[in-house]
Design a protein around this ligand. Structure first.
Ligand SMILES: C[S@@+](CC[C@H](N)C(=O)[O-])C[C@H]1O[C@@H](n2cnc3c(N)ncnc32)[C@H](O)[C@@H]1O
Length: 330
């Protein structure tokens, strides 16, 4: 990997806390308290402090030194179970600057992009650091994650969240404040993971950063983004196996004989589009899958951009005015 200049400096040594060991809980650790109504609270164990709830208090001393899963009574006799938080628990409770990638998509991103120990990954934007955490865990200390975030306020939140999850700044992580487009072509990575508004802007630089066989993945909430990114990948001529999927996860209620799908589910988050880098060719590159003659042909994205610029110059009367982006989740 060729690092780009001025990464944000680490602040502390990494000391991950893995749930599911025999190690008793220690002062300074983050723990998850769950009450009998399944309400969950994240607490940092601090000697001398108390955790307060509507159903009484628990001195932190009663939690320090016990093993995970121990049930502790509040002063008003409510049972609370203490566990080390999983990555998902931390993400659900952490501060967010930008919309985060949740576990159903994290899991599929790791699978679709084949992110594994030893991988060198470049990702942008870091946002709140949720996906960063999953990538760091997947690549392990023998790999690396280089994150870019162009908003300083989001970068600070990402640093805070990652350091909280890892007990310090992981040695295999670098976060750069800036636009990925300015740095990507000079980097070398096995995987490029894009969670930003206009991933098609990164296609050319991604081809420079990835060796043949490398994988790019973009997480995109809307269909026009998928269309444009896909077109850009085929047009570049250095990508093949361009594929798109979305992931639906439906929870179930299991209560005696009442066993059925939950009434509520997260219906849509985003689409994942992946592609493999191939060597440059003189014939324009691998052909896209054959299209039927009646699919309407290719979209002229440049003309689309020009009309957006013209429309943006005209006075806009309401939120649906042309030229206004409706897909920016940031
Ligand atoms: C939806 S958020 C990313 C969330 C993140 N993946 C997570 O799980 O927490 C998108 C982020 O990309 C950043 N961003 C957008 N374009 C960028 C670019 N060209 N370079 C770097 N960061 C960018 C935005 O500032 C925003 O924080």
């Amino acid at each position: 990997m060729s690092p780009s200049p001025d990464p944000m400096p680490p602040t502390a040594a990494a000391t991950p806390r893995l749930p599911g060991t025999d190690a008793p809980l220690e002062a300074g650790e983050l723990v998850l308290l769950t009450d009998r109504k399944r309400r969950r609270y994240l607490v940092e164990l601090t000697p001398g402090e108390e955790w307060h709830s509507h159903a009484g208090l628990i001195p932190h001393e009663e939690l320090i030194g016990v093993v995970e899963g121990t049930a502790v009574m509040t002063s008003k006799r409510m049972e609370v179970v203490v566990l080390r938080p999983t990555r998902d628990d931390l993400i659900l409770k952490m501060k967010r600057g930008a919309q985060v990638v949740y576990r159903k998509d994290q899991a599929m991103i790791l699978a679709e992009a084949d992110v594994r120990p030893g991988c060198h990954v470049v990702e942008a934007g870091a946002g709140s650091g949720a996906l960063t955490m999953a990538l760091l865990d997947a690549v392990g200390p023998e790999g690396s994650v280089t994150s870019f975030e162009r908003r300083e306020d989001h970068a600070r939140i990402a640093v805070r969240n990652v350091e909280r999850a890892f007990g310090g700044s992981p040695a295999h992580w670098q976060l750069h404040i800036g636009d990925l487009a300015d740095e990507l072509a000079a980097l070398r990575a096995n995987r490029v993971i894009l969670d930003l508004l206009e991933p098609w802007r990164m296609v050319e630089a991604t081809a420079e950063a990835l060796p043949p066989g490398g994988i790019v993945l973009a997480y995109m909430p809307s269909v026009p983004q998928v269309m444009r990114f896909t077109d850009a990948l085929w047009d570049d001529g250095r990508f093949t196996n361009v594929r798109t999927s979305e992931t639906l996860v439906r929870g179930w209620d299991v209560d005696g004989l009442a066993v059925r799908p939950a009434h509520r589910m997260v219906a849509h988050t985003a689409f994942l589009t992946t592609a493999r880098r191939v060597p440059s060719r003189t014939d324009g590159g691998p052909p896209p899958p054959r299209r039927k003659a009646d699919t309407g042909g290719r979209i002229d994205w440049d003309a689309h951009d020009r009309s957006r610029v013209i429309a943006a110059d005209e006075p806009a009367s309401d939120e649906t005015a042309p030229g206004r982006s409706v897909v920016d989740r940031t």
